[in-house]
Design a protein around this ligand. Structure first.
Ligand code: ADP
Ligand code: MG
Length: 458
């Protein structure tokens, strides 16, 4: 009985009321508008310098490369013009030495991978006269998932490394130029045409491949982290010098919101003691506060903190295990597996808890774990839905009875049971009947197809 009571109390802390959802959407719009006017807001609203959205009729062959973690991926993407494409790819591990060596070593390694790939998959191109006499003929989209200060569609200086990279002399340099220089040294005939953020690529690939009539206006990711990009009126991006010749005849701009940093001030986001504990063990306490309630990196740890608390208070488990007391022990796939067990005796949950936490459970304990997981998962989807609804309200996407299309990528969205249903529930609470005009679908391969499309429109 004590367990049931405690679980009900915790679940209610994770419930987000309609009024709270409305307040979150409203605060999102306020902060988005501030961010479009200045560079000094945490939710930075970064202009991508991508000023066209594809419609599915685009054609041609492009290269895309993706440097974002332990692997470097090279792809060739052939757009077939009817929303379809062919893609070939090769991933190579980036060694620890390269991750912490010189920029020359790293970028010449990357260029070398492009050369090897082209010899294998783009032989025709490789043998063409024009590619070797110095003309840049094959366009490349460069997905680079580190903080950059972007100043043009293919210009961006590295602010700092993350994820274990520490190539000190690259900081402050233009990563597109570093790559271009090494590609040129190999005489590959490749032009680095676009520096691409993965959410922008997600929006672009969805716009190309979506079969819905509605225009794609938003791309978002709920994976390790969460972020979104959307199609903005160029005139509203007031922090840019809009009189510049670069923008003549341009009307729109895809903006990378960096919404993981939404409401770091915690004016509207829910805060539980478990959120505080998780924040406290991250390398960046007080930052990325929205992301820490929504994305895959954190949901497992929120659940572990709750289970540990209930164990310490002697209402759950016979006693703690080493696994239960280990930070970051639970992955978000743990939540998915718990949610997936619909059996009467929760046999799946029983085995899962034995495997992940080395703990035995009674039936009542398995029910409790299920309720906790549902509360944490639902809060994630509801918060994500509130931000999406805020974005749609900000751009007036559902006015005039028009429909709007959204592309989503990331393992949490893809694999968490009912995530998309919960997302839509939350959007409906905020948008009412307009929710029926919101089409949400999977976006394919933002860093491949999406980056190729960025290179095309650049
Ligand atoms: P990334 O965001 O790094 O590009 P992913 O989109 O694959 O990569 O997201 C990885 C995140 O998704 C991890 O935090 C992981 O916990 C989470 N994840 C992986 N599998 C599942 C699953 N079955 N259900 C829910 N979350 C998952
Ligand atoms: Mg990803």
């Amino acid at each position: 009985m004590a367990l049931e009571r405690e679980v009900a109390a915790i679940s209610s802390q994770f419930a987000v009321s309609d009024a709270e959802l409305l307040a979150i959407a409203k605060e999102y719009i306020r902060l988005a508008e501030l961010g479009l006017g200045t560079d000094s807001m945490p939710m930075t609203m970064i202009p991508s310098f991508v000023t066209d959205v594809p419609n599915g009729s685009e054609r041609g062959t492009f290269l895309a490369v993706d440097l974002g973690g332990t692997n470097f991926r090279v792809c060739s993407v052939t757009l077939l013009g009817n929303g379809e494409y062919k893609l070939e790819q090769k991933s190579t591990a980036v060694s620890k030495n390269l991750m912490t060596g010189s920029s020359k070593d790293l970028f010449s390694f990357l260029a070398k991978q492009v050369e090897t790939f082209m010899k294998l998959h783009l032989n025709d191109h490789f043998n063409e006269e024009s590619s070797t006499n110095g003309e840049h003929i094959l366009k490349l989209g460069f997905t680079f998932s580190f903080p950059v200060n972007q100043t043009a569609v293919n210009r961006g200086t590295l602010i700092r490394w993350t994820k274990g990279f520490d190539v000190v002399d690259a900081i402050g340099q233009d990563v597109c130029l570093l790559l271009q220089k090494e590609l040129d040294a190999l005489k590959l005939g490749v032009h680095v045409a676009a520096l691409v953020n993965d959410t922008v690529g997600t929006l672009m690939s969805r716009a190309y491949a979506s079969s819905s009539e509605a225009l794609t206006k938003v791309g978002l990711i709920v994976g390790t982290g969460t972020n979104g990009a959307y199609v903005e009126d160029l005139a509203k991006v007031t922090k840019l010098d809009l009189s510049s010749a670069a923008f003549s005849n341009k009307h729109l701009m895809i903006v990378n919101t960096e919404w993981g940093a939404f409401d770091n001030a915690l004016r509207v986001l829910p805060v539980t003691q478990y959120d505080r504990l998780v924040d406290g063990i991250t390398p960046n306490p007080g930052f990325q506060m929205f992301e820490k309630r929504v994305s895959g990196m954190f949901l497992g740890e929120i659940v572990r903190q709750i289970l540990l608390d209930l164990c310490t208070r002697k209402v759950l488990f016979a006693g703690p295990s080493a696994e239960l007391t280990t930070e970051w022990q639970l992955d978000t796939s743990f939540l998915s597996e718990v949610e997936n067990d619909e059996s009467e005796d929760f046999d799946g949950i029983c085995k899962l808890v034995e495997k992940s936490l080395a703990l035995h459970t009674s039936h009542a304990e398995r029910c409790a774990i299920k309720k906790i997981v549902e509360a944490v998962g639902k809060r994630s989807a509801y918060l994500a839905g509130a931000i999406i609804a805020g974005t749609l309200q900000h751009i007036g996407a559902c006015s005039n009875r028009s429909s709007v299309d959204l592309g989503v990528d990331g393992s949490v969205y893809a694999h968490y049971p009912n995530y998309s249903k919960l997302l839509k529930e939350s959007i409906k609470i905020i948008l009412g009947d307009d929710e029926a005009r919101v089409i949400i679908g999977r976006a394919e391969d933002g860093s491949g197809v999406g980056a190729a499309l960025c290179a095309l429109v650049a």
